[in-house]
Ligand binder design. Sequence first.
Ligand code: CA
Length: 236
Amino acid sequence: MVIKDKILIIEDEKGIRNFMKTVLSANGYDVLEAENGTDGYSMLTSHCPDLVILDLGLPDIDGVSLLKAIREWSSKPVLVVSARTHERDKVEALDLGADDYITKPFGTSELLARLRTAIRHTRISVNKGAMAHRGKCIIGDLTVDFQKYRVFVKGEDVGLTQNEFRIVALLGKYAGKVLTYDFIMKELWGPNVPDDNRILRVNMANIRRKIEENPSEPKFIFTEIGIGYRMVEADE
Ligand code: CA
């Protein structure tokens, strides 16, 4: 018997909830739904879903507070959903431990891709990760070698500086997931790093010059405007 992943959708807009429910059921997920934060939170504790899709704009509790409450006791994957106009909420949610976000309106393939990545990342962290064993992250022509501290494109060492390597390695470790500017800065330069992303942007421009065929149309590392960077999902 195949055990289905159980997804809890906490979303007050009926149309969007139904859309997600239809898509997820058709793709082999078990779906639970709640139309407000209070019901959602109680279903989360009683039904133990594998992943939560959380709308940030709920009628009773705001999604960010709900996420904070969830993260006090659970590291369950949470995918936040919000409108394009609420960029700051998304950043806050990601920094509070949301696994990823999708912006309304979104399509079927985007929803499914984000879900798969979030679920896979939980599994990877549970069994310490295939990548950690291999010591490499491979995305098409790009190889991040964590043991040699080098990045190769088509087998050629691209000659990253130490800081550039640390940025690429961090994104590679979380390939497929968006990392906020703040998260990257704090991971690499410590909790007291000034709130200024300039150093990151300068490094990223250099990284792209070295790894991308066309730095203005990157294939490996995408900018999520106002939020952070995402490296393309690693090959299986
Ligand atoms: Ca809403």
